[in-house]
Design a binder for this molecule. Sequence first.
Ligand SMILES: [Zn+2]
Length: 236
Amino acid sequence: MGVWRGEALYLLDAGEGVAGQFARLAIPPDALRAIFISHMHADHTGGLPVLMQWLQLNKRKRRLDICLPSEGMDGVQNLLTMHYLLPEWLGFDLELLAVEEGPGYEAEGVSVEAIPNRHLEGFVARLKEAGDPRLGESFSYAAEVDGKRILFTADLAHPSEVPERLRDADLAIVELAHYTPEELGEVLGGLPLPRLVVTHLIHTLEPVEGEIPARIRAAGYEGEVLVAHDGDEFEV
Ligand SMILES: [Zn+2]
């Protein structure tokens, strides 16, 4: 998922296939300004090494920031090194920045705030048992771009985790892998959110994709519902 502001692109997560999308859409390698990783599950991070290699091969020059949970910093650095993508070999400056709750990233016309969510909460006890110090960090991101507000939930435990952000947003990009369209519609009932884009559909919803907007609206949501596909663009 990406947010464009003019010629500048901000990427929200980097799952497998992201470099292929850059190539297919002929995105200039220097268009990308920053990547925001929500959590360290492979379907949200698995495209990072290939994207870094694609940027290297396409002779990117501009500095790139990757904002990610602190628990993933060492792992991502080691992964890039393992793939022969050493910092000094990339051809551009790469900064790995640990995300913390609250407003953290500012660029021209863009600010991004990280909102902790409970998606990985269920793993915390198991990690502790295994002597693993990780805290199960997981974030949603609220971006403000020239006064317009875009909420990217990434993965959640339940949509009720971010109601205030859903209330404020001009566009919300919400996953549908961990709760039903009805649960989402209930949370959105009565909120002024004008437009909802659903993504990351659980496999059981894929064959009945066409029914999703009606199911969300039947549960109480009154705005527009769109189902995202690769390459889709939405203007805010
Ligand atoms: Zn996940």
